[in-house]
Design a protein around this ligand. Structure first.
Ligand SMILES: C[S@@+](CC[C@H](N)C(=O)[O-])C[C@H]1O[C@@H](n2cnc3c(N)ncnc32)[C@H](O)[C@@H]1O
Length: 200
């Protein structure tokens, strides 16, 4: 990992343990992703989203509303619209430059907004599917915006080598404590993903 990736890992570990520490990481991480936005897709491996696709394919019920948190250039949101063409898909990111790229690349199929995952601008229970690709999870907000019976999908393109990575036992513990169950894990390409269902 390079220095920026190591910093992202430190931020992930810290914020998962103590979400309030995000206030110290927000500005440097946002600036770093603003800088990376124009070249973000150039460094991506071809199978980066194979674990997202595996989890999406496992969903038998189409969600009406999907939220992709930390959407970056919108790749996971685009996969969600391809898998569920009738769903209303929204992507949010704290980086304005990433959102500009997402709008340019994915276009009007998805509504993209600048927003911080620490405090999402959506009502409780707004989404049947919430996705995070290589993104620091804010578990309280994920729980709040996921509708009862809805799903949360966490994916890491290079498994535990992904700079922003949360081990599955941590995901299970944090989600389990917030009313999620029925965990399913997937491995595809070099990556991993986990699906969880919020109890109805
Ligand atoms: C590693 S990138 C992943 C982007 C995309 N999901 C992908 O896999 O290509 C992480 C993204 O999350 C965004 N991000 C980090 N913390 C965030 C927060 N608190 N709220 C919203 N977006 C955030 C960053 O700006 C960046 O675009």
């Amino acid at each position: 990992m390079n220095a920026g990736q190591r910093f992202a890992r430190i931020a992930t570990d810290a914020v998962v343990r103590r979400p309030g520490l995000w206030r110290f990481f927000r500005r440097p991480l946002r600036s770093s992703f603003d800088r990376l936005a124009p070249v973000w897709d150039e460094n991506r491996s071809a199978d980066a989203f194979a674990p997202v696709q595996a989890a999406l394919d496992a969903l038998d019920e189409a969600p009406a509303r999907v939220l992709d948190i930390g959407t970056g250039t919108g790749a996971v949101a685009a996969l969600a619209t391809a898998r569920f063409p009738n769903a209303d898909v929204v992507g949010v990111d704290v980086s304005e430059r990433m959102i500009e790229q997402a709008r340019r690349k994915v276009g009007a199929r998805v509504r993209f907004h600048v927003a911080d995952a620490e405090r999402l601008p959506f009502a409780d229970d707004s989404f049947e599917l919430v996705t995070l690709g290589n993104m620091i999870p804010f578990f309280d907000e994920i729980e709040r915006v996921t509708a009862p019976g809805g799903r949360a999908l966490f994916s890491f393109s290079a498994g535990e080598s992904t700079p922003i990575y949360v081990p599955s036992d941590t995901l299970r513990r944090e989600l389990g404590g917030r009313g999620f169950a029925d965990f399913a894990e997937f491995s595809a390409g070099r990556g991993t993903s986990l699906l969880a269902t919020k109890r109805p």
